[in-house]
Write a protein that binds this ligand. Structure first.
Ligand SMILES: Nc1ncnc2c1ncn2[C@@H]1O[C@H](COP(=O)(O)OP(=O)(O)OP(=O)(O)O)[C@@H](O)[C@H]1O
Length: 243
């Protein structure tokens, strides 16, 4: 399911935080929204999932204009802060979210087994979430966001506070999810993570400064590091566009 973002702008309290962004994310790819803290990544995700509406421009999933209630079951969203119930076990959390998605009981049981295996939490399913480590909570959140087999998965800074080893595991899990046909949009400010993605959208100060395949982006730099593109953008007269 392609995502088309067309000339989207958004302001909060007269301050424009998303500035005329246009991009198309093709089906079945991992697209990374990369940018410094406060650049507008979360706002762009919230616009795409239909949690907030754009002041200008349009967002379409295939031919459906967002926001649209019918798309909710096709979208998975993992927020920056885990939305889990501490006093429930990992498994009970998943039953709760499965119920919200209206998944049939028997199907839900099988699906919970599947997603727990994907995120490697099968052995911890009965443990209360308050006894989970930070990394385990992230993985359980990921499991909850893919429970209903979404066509499009939005992950907002999924690896914040995660150690490098677990980060690798989590990216491997994204690859598995992608290979099942899900389009993934993942925000991050960790420049190294960009190499895990097919495409990257570089957001700086609310503007899209670059959008290309990761290979092409890295080719544009002198030292093969994405940071360079941000340095160029920040030295442009108006934090301007490098196309
Ligand atoms: N609901 C809101 N009301 C007012 N300002 C907001 C709101 N949401 C976001 N902003 C502002 O919009 C700008 C972009 O914020 P956003 O959370 O999208 O950035 P981000 O790139 O996701 O940052 P981070 O990496 O720190 O999460 C910031 O200046 C933020 O303060």
């Amino acid at each position: 399911m392609d995502i088309q973002v067309s000339h989207v702008s958004k302001s909060f309290n007269q301050k424009q935080v998303i500035k005329d962004i246009t991009l198309t994310i093709p089906t079945g790819e991992i697209c990374c929204l990369l940018g410094p803290s406060g650049s507008g990544k979360t706002t762009l995700i919230r616009l795409m999932i239909g949690a907030i509406t754009a002041d200008e421009g349009t967002i379409q999933f295939e031919d459906v204009q967002m926001p649209n209630m019918s798309m909710l079951k096709k979208i998975g969203f993992m927020p920056q802060n885990d939305a889990l119930y501490d006093d429930l076990s990992g498994e009970a959390n998943l039953y709760f979210f499965g119920g919200l998605y209206g998944i049939d009981k028997r199907e839900l049981k099988n699906r919970i087994n599947e997603v727990l295996a994907i995120v490697d939490l099968t052995d911890h399913r009965k443990k209360l979430v308050k006894h989970f480590s930070g990394g385990m909570k992230k993985r359980l959140s990921l499991a909850a966001s893919i429970l209903h087999s979404p066509k499009i998965l939005f992950l907002d800074e999924p690896t914040v506070g995660i150690d490098p080893v677990l980060r690798r595991t989590i990216w491997a899990q994204f690859e598995v999810i992608k290979n099942s046909g899900t389009t993934i949009i993942v925000s991050t400010h960790v420049m190294d993570e960009v190499t895990e993605c097919d495409k990257a959208a570089l957001i700086y100060n609310g503007s899209l400064i670059e959008y290309d395949t990761v290979t092409n982006l890295l080719d544009k730099t002198e030292n093969g590091r994405v940071e360079e593109l941000f340095f160029i953008a920040s030295s442009e007269p108006k934090g301007g566009v490098v196309r």
